[in-house]
Design a binder for this molecule. Structure first.
Ligand SMILES: Cc1cc2nc3c(=O)[nH]c(=O)nc-3n(C[C@H](O)[C@H](O)[C@H](O)COP(=O)(O)OP(=O)(O)OC[C@H]3O[C@@H](n4cnc5c(N)ncnc54)[C@H](O)[C@@H]3O)c2cc1C
Length: 363
């Protein structure tokens, strides 16, 4: 027998859960179908909120990222107040030290000031940039808080259920085939991250990232050696408030190949020690990996689709944690109020549609 729902969100990572919360707050009846909660990229992410440190070029993507970063303080408080769980938002600022003298503007920190700003940097650092408005969120804590908020708000959560097919006819999705039978809804939202191409012909592929963490010993917890993110040229180092220091990340075209590799871990450790040498003596706490949902132009795919009752929210690549609050807001407004914010216009799936390309080629 087919189960019937109002809105089904396929995928329960940070994007799917955050959209579920916004829609539920607007009064919708929401079901999230999640194949593997632990595989969600949010469990693997460093959680940097770094539009400036990432040096995203001026344009639609930078506007989107900055808008989302600006939502973070209030949005994370809202998530905490609903869930009772702290998402670990910290506007700690991001320091971007450089090994080569490449400065082009007035924001450049000369060697003396960067070493004064952060002690313990490698002697080879010749300067860098300071981005005080960038920051971080503890992405695992965030995903947990989002999940708790969904539970509190009464979002239906179908875990370990895989959608195997999105069945379409006459410009609409008719139903989903899943590992637990058929389901249907008035509206569907695709938020399946790196796995999106398994369900729809959209160009989202996995880009694997390996990570590791070290732990500051208990005796030094009152005086953490790092209180800001270090965004180096080959490595980033993200201190959490509880003494963990997260180090990342590799960027590999390895499909969905699981596991950490000696080469990946070596790359992380070598580059991290080169940037911040005192890490060499800290105990390794954990290694892990995850899959970024990458698109050919590294921009997300968001908004309407070729089916009238299917909305897309995927392909957030390396900025999906940063973009979670704005994505949730824009997609909830689109689905519930049929209001398409102008911020969405550059992220349509149609930029990859061969029919659109042939039309624009002819123009
Ligand atoms: C190593 C690493 C470091 C990163 N660092 C940062 C960072 O510092 N800052 C930042 O902003 N972003 C970062 N990211 C990117 C960020 O994590 C992702 O862009 C974001 O988490 C994507 O969220 P999502 O909800 O779209 O996908 P995911 O979190 O991957 O969730 C997708 C979910 O959909 C489920 N699913 C898939 N297919 C199906 C199906 N057929 N049926 C049912 N369920 C399905 C999956 O099981 C999964 O749980 C990083 C990513 C990685 C891997």
């Amino acid at each position: 027998m087919q189960s019937i729902h109002e809105i089904i969100i396929i995928g329960g990572g940070s994007i799917g859960l955050a959209i579920a919360i916004e829609l539920r707050l607007l009064g919708a009846d929401v079901t999230v179908v999640s194949h593997n909660f632990k595989a969600a990229a949010g469990h693997a992410a460093a959680g940097m909120l770094a539009p400036q440190a990432e040096q995203i070029s001026a344009g639609a993507m930078l506007d989107l990222c900055v808008a989302s970063r600006d939502l973070y303080p209030e949005w994370s408080e809202k998530i905490e107040s609903i869930s009772g769980a702290d998402p670990g938002y910290w506007q700690c600022g991001i320091l971007a030290p450089r090994l080569t003298h490449t400065h082009t503007d007035a924001d450049w920190l000369e060697p003396r000031s960067i070493h004064h700003h952060q002690s313990g940097l490698s002697e080879s650092i010749v300067g860098g940039y300071w981005y005080p408005a960038d920051g971080q969120v503890d992405s695992r804590a965030l995903v947990r808080a989002l999940w708790c908020a969904c539970q509190f708000l009464g979002v239906k959560w179908l875990d370990a259920v895989k959608v195997t097919s999105i069945c379409r006819s006459g410009g609409r999705v008719t139903h989903l085939e899943t590992s637990e039978g058929e389901m249907s809804a008035q509206h569907y939202i695709l938020a399946t991250g790196a796995w999106s191409q398994q369900l729809l012909p959209i160009p989202v592929v996995p880009r694997k990232g390996q990570m590791l963490s070290v732990m500051v010993p208990e005796a030094q917890l009152a005086n953490l050696p790092l209180q800001q993110v270090l965004f180096g040229e080959e490595i980033y180092i993200v201190p959490r408030r509880d003494g963990r220091i997260v180090i990342g990340a590799t960027s590999e075209d390895a499909g969905f190949a699981p596991h950490n590799t000696p080469a990946g871990v070596e790359q992380l450790m070598t580059n991290a020690i080169r940037l911040f040498p005192q890490l060499r003596d800290l105990p390794i706490q954990e290694t892990w990996w995850g899959f970024r949902p990458a698109t050919p132009d590294e921009l997300p795919i968001m908004g309407t689709s070729s089916e009238a009752n299917l909305t897309l929210a995927t392909g957030h690549y390396r900025n999906g944690i940063l973009l979670t609050p704005i994505t949730a807001k824009l997609i909830a407004d689109l689905v519930w109020h049929q209001q398409a914010d102008r911020l969405l216009s550059d992220f349509s799936w149609q930029r990859f549609d061969p029919r659109s390309a042939s039309i624009s080629d002819r123009l």
